[in-house]
Design a protein. Structure first.
Length: 200
């Protein structure tokens, strides 16, 4: 019984120590004097240096050919390291809004990567893939951001127009999770006591 109570205490303290709150400002590169259709530039993406463990990532998307192509979901992949060959940590398939702007007037659309805990100070790369030539993104050939670079066709070149926004982890709040753990283990302890009482 004492062992179970000790386990409850350790689990509760451990869960409550899980980092879930943001603590940094957004990373924003908001200049773009060029634009490229996503499909023709694969692999196409941007690396960045994590300033917060849980983030939303956004490119500035614009509608290249609204009349000619169905609005199919895009795929965004989060990789370890600065480059297009890193280990994939997560991928998100998401449909963009129908009413995005035109070339150089694109809009940021967030993809939620908060299910992955990033290591602050480490570099990561986000790649974007499109099933058709409908969507494009804004970018700039200038080196506007010291923490990473854009990749077009896998080659480093300038910067994308992008945003990294701190957020909370996509897990239950630590206090709620701690209470859930305590409730489960307490229930197991009650069942154990009931079984012992029945055998006496």
């Amino acid at each position: 019984m004492k062992v179970l109570k000790f386990v409850v205490l350790v689990l509760a303290v451990s869960v409550m120590s899980i980092p879930s709150r943001s603590n940094a400002d957004a990373i924003l590169v908001n200049e773009g004097d060029e634009s490229t259709q996503i499909q023709i530039a694969d692999p196409f993406g941007q690396s960045f240096t994590a300033e917060d463990p849980f983030v939303l990532f956004a490119f500035s998307f614009f509608d290249v050919n609204q009349q000619g192509n169905e609005n199919l979901p895009l795929m965004m992949c989060l990789l370890e390291g600065d480059g297009v060959d890193g280990t994939e940590l997560a991928s998100i398939s998401q449909t963009l809004p129908e009413d995005l702007g035109s070339v150089f007037g694109g809009e940021f659309v967030d993809f939620d990567f908060s299910s992955v805990a990033l290591v602050v100070g480490q570099q990561y790369t986000v790649l974007i893939k499109a099933p058709s030539d409908r969507w494009g993104v804004d970018h700039n050939d200038a080196n506007l951001y010291d923490g990473g670079t854009m990749f077009i066709g896998g080659e480093p070149r300038g910067e994308m127009r992008f945003r990294v926004t701190p957020t909370t982890a996509s897990v239950p709040e630590p206090s709620s999770l701690a209470f859930a753990v305590v409730a489960v283990i307490s229930g197991l302890m009650r069942r154990r006591r009931t079984r012992l009482a029945q055998t006496e």
